[in-house]
Design a binder for this molecule. Structure first.
Ligand code: SF4
Length: 194
């Protein structure tokens, strides 16, 4: 299956209740040859309305962080664990994650990035489970942010979601430190020609 066919399936998908409340089901965006894939939780209201990832305040934070660590958006592929907006920014339900993650799994196979970067709790929890990495209790999950973890033949770097800084600006410095590991991982990978 090609990414275009997969994206067509995502746009038309009605496999869970979130199809009833969304405007757009969001496909991944970016460089199809990217070695680095960012995986967020789900589109917000702005993204749902415009059909585009990371617009609005958290998108501004993300672009600012990427500029700081010297990574350009065209270096990346960005996607979500859940492709449709969660009404009222509620938490995703277990069945929604189970059904929708099939699309993320296909994207990972098709794009085949060497580095996966999970943004925030749900994307991190899903990827830790997918790659059979021991899952810390929820209250301690933040401890894996900034850790580089083996994920099969890839590397997984969990980091805080960019929106976190909008609620607590004091974590910006720690976020920059964690995000900067993306740059290191990408440079190492490219130097090895992988
Ligand atoms: S959230 Fe995922 S599974 Fe549910 S309707 Fe949207 S694309 Fe389909």
């Amino acid at each position: 299956m090609s990414i275009e066919v997969l994206n067509g399936q995502i746009r038309m998908c009605h496999k869970c209740r979130l199809a009833e409340t969304r405007i757009h089901a969001l496909c991944g965006e970016g460089n199809l040859q990217a070695r680095l894939m960012l995986i967020a939780q789900a589109p917000g209201e702005n993204e749902d309305r415009e059909g585009q990832m990371f617009i609005g305040p958290s998108g501004e934070v993300l672009r600012d962080l990427l500029r700081t660590i010297d990574i350009d958006l065209p270096d990346l592929y960005m996607t979500n664990l859940i492709k449709c907006m969660l009404p009222g920014y509620r938490k995703p339900k277990a069945d929604e994650i189970e059904i929708c993650s099939q699309y993320l799994n296909r994207e990972i196979e098709l794009i085949n990035p060497g580095i996966l970067v999970s943004l925030g709790y749900y994307a991190t929890r899903y990827l830790l489970g997918k790659y059979a990495i021991a899952l810390p209790p929820r209250a301690e999950l933040h401890q894996v942010y900034g850790e580089v973890l083996p994920a099969g033949d890839r590397k997984l770097l969990p980091v805080q979601h960019p929106a976190a800084v909008l609620y607590n600006s004091s974590i910006k410095e720690e976020m920059v430190r964690n995000y900067s590991k993306m740059r290191l991982l990408l440079t190492n990978l490219l130097e090895k020609g992988q």
